[in-house]
Structures are given as structure tokens and as C-alpha cells.
Design a protein around this ligand. Structure first.
Ligand code: LLP
Length: 417
């Protein structure tokens, strides 16, 4: 899964563009399954559950594919829980860790959905609707690490999880409601430094020690992938080894053989997806050449939000290359696809083949948090379709392009206007 090799060949890209139009998300079944296999081999001493953090890319076909691979689900809202159930996941294979407990939390819990309480107030609310139930507690272990400040969800400046200093208070509140704490959960960020993640595994084990009924430790997601040259990926087979040893030491010391849960999103889908787009214009100023695509923050928000780097391949056929700034189609100077790493406002031209209107472009590393997280319908561009290249080599449409009627379906105009 090198960032160098787009999984779409030029020939396939042309076929998909002819059949489904552009812009279009394209996923590779082979890559999705390979990533699932790599995660299922995560070093674990006493059993492993891999939960797909479905917020990364929640279309039904992708959920079904991971269901078939035996993955479970990490849901971040009540809506995601319902969506996973519609895709065929049994409620007891879904775990909810959310900033906002849904109104119907009692019903979801009664169906068998697992929950990690993410604040002291959530412990109380769960206790009120489901006294006596087994729950997990999500802690903020006091340390965090993310690829950018916006994706770091641990430490004093983060609102995610119960601050580790309130562990006794959480235990007392759970006990008051008769809740049994069977799982401890930490997730410290996306694109985490593996050394920090490993250190947090030790802090998390120390938290488990304070909850005698806990049988599972969930260490979250956040495993890095390399989308472009120079980025460093996290290899689960490597980072998991010292953590497995820590679980073994914990078992020797306490007699408790803990199950490991991980819940990657990015790792499972990022490099298995691309946005197929077309150059709609090439414009020049006195110093710059800009290639405008028929995509942008409407399909790929990550560059504007984080200064994220995505590889761009231009199928232009020209042998001549020039430094090119690739921009999106929104009326927004921030709709910049080739920005500087971590600096969404800074233009960072890439040396690309000279291109012209009509050329195809493949924006890689777009399987995670792209279709799922976009400035959808901005400038009234319709939601782009999603296509899955199957093992059979065929391009299966897994979500149609939105129509104008669908975009307007919920609008109404008061009488007399
Ligand atoms: N578990 C929990 C509780 C999470 O909040 C998240 C991500 C994950 C697992 C999966 O993390 P991953 O393996 O994908 O890093 N939108 C950003 C990342 C923020 C995701 C928030 N939570 C991005 O585009 O990279």
C-alpha cells in the first residue's frame, strides 16, 4: 500500500469516468480487504476485536464488506448505530462512543448496543435508563497525539472522554446506578505518534487496574497511513508488539487476561479510496499555473480543514511538467487541494504534467473522511457518487449521484413569499 501507486489504472479511470461521470469516489475492494486483514492480525495476547470507526466512510457497501470480514463497529452517534444496523450489523457488534448521547439511548441499549460513557453526565444518564447494565468508560488519559491540533483528542485541552483524574468519581457514579464497568476505552487522536499511543496503553492499563470488572481494553484508532511521499505509516504488526507484552505483564501481575479492542477508521479505508475528477480549466497569473478540478471541498475537505496532503495524478499525456497549484471548483480561495502540509492557506504547487481542460485527475488517499466529511452541497454541487472496484474488476455503483430534486427535497417556501 505504497502512496506511490494509485490503485486505479489510467484505463480503469477512463472507464469509470465514462460510466459514472466525475467527480466520483472510487474504492478498491482488494485494498479494503487487505487493510482489514492487516488489522485482524494486530498483536493481541488474549483475544482481539477490530471495530471499524464507520465515521471514516459509512456507505452500506463498505459496511457490508467489513461485516463479511468479521469486523465490529465503532459508532460516533445514534444515527451511525442505526445506519450500521440497517447495513446488517447485529446491535451487540456495535459500540457507541459519542459526544452526544442520542435521545433513544435507552432503546439502543435494550437492543444490545454496547456503549462507552464519554463523560460523568453520560454515566448518570446511562444509569438512569439502563440501571444494572454493563458499560465501558472512555477516559482522557492526560496525553494526546494527532497529526494536527484539530485531530488530537487527548490531554487537558481536549473535551473527549472522562478526565483520568475523575476515575474514582466515575466508579462511584457507576456503582450508584449498579452499572458494571466491563471495558475501559481510550482514543487519543488521529495520526497519532505511535510512541505516545504505546505510552497511553500503559496509562490505560493502570486505569483498568482500578476497575475490577473490566475485561476489555479498547485502545481506539489513530493509526497513521502514508498518503504522499515522506509521510510515515504506522504498522500495526510493529506498534502492537510492546502493547501485547504489556497485556501479558498485566495478566501475570493481576491474573486478568484482557481482550484488546482497536477501532481504526483511517487505516482501513484511506488508501483504498480516491476521487476521480476532471480538469475544468487551467488559468495562469504572472507567477502561477492553476489546474481547476470539478471537485474540491465538496468532496475533499481535508486539505482545507487540516492542510492534509493527498496525491494528485493528472492523466494528461503531456511529457512536459510544470509547477501546478491544484484547486477545487468552489467560489472560495480556500478550496485548495495542493496546500502546504498543515497549512491550509499556503499554496504548494506540485510538479505535474502540463494539463488541459478535460484531462482526468485522480486524487488519492481519499477513502477516509472524504465522502463522509465534506462541504456537501456548497455552491449547490450535488453529492458525488461512490463506486467500488470489485474483485471482479468491475466498477459497482454503491451510491448514486445526488439529483437536484433530492437536494431540494426538504425545502419549503412559506405561503405568500
Ligand atoms: N475511535 C474514536 C473514538 C474516534 O473518535 C475516532 C476518530 C476513531 C476511533 C478513528 O480514528 P482514525 O483511525 O480514523 O484516526 N476527520 C479526521 C480524523 C478525526 C476523526 C475523529 N475520530 C481526518 O480526516 O483525518
Amino acid at each position: 500500500m505504497s502512496p506511490e501507486t494509485p490503485f486505479l489504472t489510467a484505463e480503469q479511470a477512463r472507464r469509470v469516468a465514462d460510466e459514472h461521470g466525475t467527480p466520483c469516489y472510487v474504492y478498491s475492494q482488494e485494498r479494503l480487504e487487505a487493510a482489514a486483514d492487516a488489522m485482524l492480525a494486530f498483536p493481541a495476547a488474549f483475544g482481539l476485536t477490530v471495530r471499524y470507526a464507520m465515521k471514516a466512510s459509512p456507505s452500506a457497501a463498505i459496511l457490508r464488506l467489513f461485516h463479511r470480514k468479521g469486523l465490529h463497529i465503532d459508532a460516533s452517534s445514534g444515527w451511525e448505530v442505526r445506519r450500521a444496523m440497517r447495513a446488517g450489523f447485529a446491535p451487540d457488534r456495535i459500540s457507541l462512543s459519542t459526544q452526544q448521547l442520542p435521545e433513544d439511548i435507552g432503546e439502543l441499549l435494550a437492543l444490545g448496543v454496547e456503549v462507552n460513557a464519554c463523560s460523568l453526565a453520560q454515566v448518570d444518564r446511562i444509569g438512569a435508563v439502563a440501571p444494572g447494565r454493563a458499560i465501558g468508560l472512555r477516559f482522557n488519559p492526560g496525553k494526546g497525539s494527532g497529526g494536527t491540533g484539530k485531530t488530537n483528542v487527548g490531554g487537558s485541552d481536549s473535551s473527549f472522554g472522562i478526565w483520568h483524574g475523575w476515575a474514582d468519581e466515575a466508579a462511584a457514579r457507576a456503582a450508584r446506578a449498579g452499572l458494571r464497568v466491563v471495558r475501559i476505552h481510550t482514543h487519543i487522536g488521529s495520526g497519532s505518534d505511535p510512541a505516545v499511543w504505546q505510552a497511553v496503553a500503559d496509562l490505560s492499563l493502570a486505569l483498568v487496574a482500578r476497575f475490577p470488572d473490566a475485561t476489555t481494553l479498547n485502545l481506539g484508532g489513530g493509526y497513521k497511513v502514508a498518503r504522499v511521499d515522506g509521510e510515515k505509516a504506522t504498522d500495526p504488526a510493529v506498534v502492537g508488539v510492546p502493547v501485547r507484552a504489556a497485556f501479558e505483564r498485566f495478566a501475570e501481575a493481576t491474573g486478568r487476561r484482557l481482550r484488546l479492542e482497536v477501532e481504526p477508521g483511517t487505516f482501513l479505508v484511506a488508501n483504498a479510496g480516491a476521487v476521480l475528477a476532471r480538469v475544468v480549466d487551467v488559468v495562469r497569473t504572472d507567477t502561477r499555473a492553476f489546474a481547476k478540478l470539478d471537485t474540491g471541498m465538496t468532496e475533499l475537505l481535508r486539505p482545507s480543514l487540516y492542510g492534509a496532503q493527498h496525491p494528485v495524478t493528472l492523466l494528461s499525456g503531456s511529457a512536459e511538467a510544470e509547477p501546478t497549484v491544484v484547486v477545487g471548483h468552489c467560489c472560495e480561495s480556500g478550496d485548495l487541494i495542493t496546500c502546504a502540509p498543515g497549512e491550509s492557506e499556503t499554496l504548494a504547487p506540485r510538479l505535474l504534467p502540463r494539463c488541459a481542460s478535460g484531462d482526468l485527475a485522480i486524487v488519492g488517499g481519499a477513502g477516509a473522511y472524504c465522502a463522509a466529511m465534506s462541504a456537501k452541497n456548497y455552491n449547490s454541487f450535488p453529492e458525488a457518487p461512490e463506486v467500488l472496484i470489485g474483485r471482479d474488476g468491475r466498477a459497482h455503483l454503491i451510491r448514486r449521484r445526488q439529483t437536484l430534486d433530492q437536494m431540494l427535497a426538504n425545502e419549503s417556501v412559506p405561503e405568500g413569499l
